[in-house]
Design a protein around this ligand. Structure first.
Ligand SMILES: NC(=O)c1ccc[n+]([C@@H]2O[C@H](COP(=O)([O-])OP(=O)(O)OC[C@H]3O[C@@H](n4cnc5c(N)ncnc54)[C@H](OP(=O)(O)O)[C@@H]3O)[C@@H](O)[C@H]2O)c1
Length: 399
């Protein structure tokens, strides 16, 4: 996500304005330099009470151990630049890759300290002049970009998505949903009647892959780690949920799908990747979405016996296709628009997990992001993991 995750500042702009603002002193025309830091004028005019300081999560040391890498800091609330929005985050999304990011695996040239968090949804509480052509204070927006794990984040207006309300479901569609939509559409080549396996199927992105593959008329198999998750997958239309803690995944696939799998939406890596590869049908497509089983290790990569890979692919005319969302941004708008519409029409389930059933309770406040990351890596989440950063603003009915 390098381009989208580059650091942003809320630098003020100094602009010179000619014509009407030129003055005359001592008979000599003088060109005034006017501070056009309009953003200051556009802050908080509806009385949304922006604090002068805020908390944010900062990566201070590179490590896949999120608790070791990241700390909470108190800093000044940033000022949006001319084309930016200042968003008060209402909910932020947890992603498996938050620990890849804290380990410095996205862009090894970026050294700590840097801001953490990929995505948020909230309320516009300040904005620059250019940004005000499309947004106003009080609008609800979702975004993905760097520095989301903060009470306030400066976001370029052009990278924001207007949403009907600052609900966590819209946040889930933005990254997890778009990943499933674009990966299956561009790399899945799904045909009606084909068999699709989704791994980590009850999670943030898996839940969308299951539903989209069903919509394409496929038979869908989904892996998960509990009976509760298997029940959830059934409710999404998954034809064959497999709780791999209760059933042997390899044996089940061999017994019930002897012809093999046409498509695999694979997020786990390591042994699960190898099993998926060995279970492909002729002309099968294995889409590499991630390899979470390795993320907590020092290398970030789960071990793989790959010597026979060319043979396996050739023997079945099969293929392995990698997918990384930032490489498909030209498809992004259409994908998010289509998912928003399906969601609005009640044709798409978007399950979010705010930790209501977590041991220490719901994820509320920035500090609970640490618990939320642990919760995901303990395989406890059902749907997209989301943290509620702040309560709704009283001044805004959209929130
Ligand atoms: N390529 C892209 O552009 C892109 C974009 C978004 C996400 N992703 C990838 O999609 C995958 C899912 O990400 P997400 O953020 O949506 O997370 P998620 O699916 O909401 O949560 C991760 C799930 O993976 C399983 N899991 C957790 N720790 C594991 C471990 N150590 N070993 C094996 N399984 C484990 C758990 O499910 P069970 O307990 O039910 O197995 C857990 O619920 C990740 O691999 C992520 O990197 C890729």
């Amino acid at each position: 996500m390098s381009s989208l995750l580059s650091a942003r500042s809320g630098a003020r702009t100094i602009s010179s304005v000619g014509g009407a603002l030129c003055g005359v002193r001592g008979g000599v025309a003088r060109r005034f330099i006017v501070d056009m830091s309009y953003s200051a004028h556009f802050m908080d005019f509806k009385g949304s009470s922006i604090a002068s300081s805020m908390k944010k999560l900062v990566v201070n040391k590179l490590s896949p151990n999120f608790r070791e890498a990241v700390s909470v800091q108190t800093v000044a609330v940033p000022t949006p630049g001319d084309a930016d929005l200042l968003v008060r985050n209402r909910f932020v999304g947890i992603n498996a890759s938050d620990i890849n990011y804290s380990a410095g695996r996205y862009d090894p040239s970026v050294k700590p300290p840097f801001d953490a968090g990929f995505e948020g949804v909230g309320e516009v509480v300040g904005l620059g002049l250019s940004a005000s052509s499309r947004y106003t204070v009080g609008d609800a927006v979702a975004y993905f970009g760097s520095g989301a794990f903060a009470e306030y984040t400066v976001v370029p207006a052009k990278e924001s998505v207007p949403v009907p309300a600052a609900r966590p479901e819209f946040l889930a569609l933005l990254l997890s949903g778009a990943t499933a939509h674009i990966a299956l559409k561009r790399l899945g080549d799904l045909a009606e009647g084909e068999t699709v396996l989704v791994t980590a199927a009850a999670g943030g992105t898996g839940q969308f892959a299951v539903q989209l593959a069903k919509r394409a008329g496929c038979h869908v198999v989904g892996t998960c780690s509990s009976d509760e998750k298997a029940g959830f997958l059934k409710s999404l239309g998954c034809d064959r949920p497999i709780n791999y803690r209760a059933e042997d995944l390899a044996k089940t696939l061999r017994r019930e799908y002897p012809r093999g799998l046409d498509v695999v939406y694979e997020s786990v890596g390591g042994g699960v990747f190898e099993l998926a590869l060995n279970s492909l049908a002729d002309k099968g497509r294995l889409i590499v979405i991630g390899f979470i089983s390795g993320y907590q290790t020092a290398s970030g990569i789960p071990p793989l016996r790959a010597a026979t890979l060319p043979v396996k692919l050739l023997q079945r005319s099969a293929s392995i296709r990698g997918f990384f969302l930032p490489h498909f941004l030209s498809d992004y708008k259409e994908a998010v628009g289509s998912m928003m519409q399906m969601f609005a029409e009640g044709k798409l389930v978007c399950e979010v997990d705010c930790g209501d059933l977590a041991q220490e309770g719901r994820f509320v406040g920035l500090e609970s992001i640490f618990r939320a990351v642990d919760y995901m890596y303990a395989g406890k989440n059902l749907g997209k993991v989301v943290v509620e950063v702040a309560p709704p603003s009283v001044s805004n009915s959209k929130l």
